[in-house]
Design a protein around this ligand. Structure first.
Ligand code: AP5
Length: 182
């Protein structure tokens, strides 16, 4: 069980991943959480990443790809894992494919959580994380459509795309995902 979660900001990636990780005893990495932890520590990586998170932009691929080997390290010995927020661009997906091939651990699939923009915006405004201002949310949605959504085609062409309606209540979305994981 090796899954990637892709979905617009607020689509429920983190919420659903936490429940699935517990149900199926999987490893988990959220690159957004990694950056937020580094920003809190005021590390060099955190300082580099902060301006991008604050502006609702993606951290440049060279920074993400420079750190991703270390970030994924704890996952290979697990019986499976969920990656939340990586890969997020086509170059990231290409490098990830190479890493998986080197490890001999193919991906089970990419889950795309589909939620309309008005519901996403509402959820994020209610959550109130530092990057959840209306201006930043709108920017993140544009960036998602331009830079991350093309990954759906990349994985569809490989027969690995699973689209799930994420607009339903948490438990109903969870049951759809459990059915796919099983
Ligand atoms: P990241 O942390 O990945 O943020 P994101 O993709 O914008 O996603 P969110 O965490 O906002 O939403 P989510 O889908 O996890 O939803 P959640 O479950 O929290 O990345 C942050 C930043 O880091 C990026 O903008 C970028 O700068 C950088 N970054 C990270 N990875 C990168 C990479 N690979 N390359 C480059 N840059 C990278 O739910 C949201 C809210 O909705 C919650 O309050 C929740 O309770 C609620 N909710 C969830 N599901 C439901 C439901 N079904 N019904 C009602 N409410 C719900």
């Amino acid at each position: 069980m090796r899954w990637v979660f892709l979905g617009a900001p607020g689509s429920g990636k983190g919420t659903q991943a936490a429940k699935l990780v517990e149900r199926f005893d999987l490893g988990y990495v959220s690159t957004g959480d990694v950056f937020r932890a580094e920003i809190k520590k005021q590390s060099e990586l955190g300082k580099q990443a902060k301006k991008y998170l604050d502006d609702g932009l993606l951290v440049p691929d060279e920074i993400v790809l420079g750190m991703i080997g270390n970030v994924l390290d704890g996952l290979w010995a697990k019986k499976g894992f969920i990656l939340d927020g990586f890969p997020r661009t086509v170059p990231q997906a290409e490098q990830f494919e190479q890493i998986l091939a080197e490890r001999g651990q193919p991906l089970s699939g990419l889950i795309s959580l589909e939620v309309p923009d008005d519901i996403l915006t509402q959820r994020l405004l209610e959550r109130k994380r530092a990057d959840d201002t209306l201006e930043t949310i709108q920017k993140r949605l544009v960036v998602f459509k331009e830079q991350t959504e093309p990954l759906k085609r990349y994985y569809r062409d490989k027969g690995l795309l699973f689209e799930v309606d994420g607009a339903w209540p948490v438990e109903e979305v969870f049951e759809s995902l459990v059915a796919i994981f099983k």
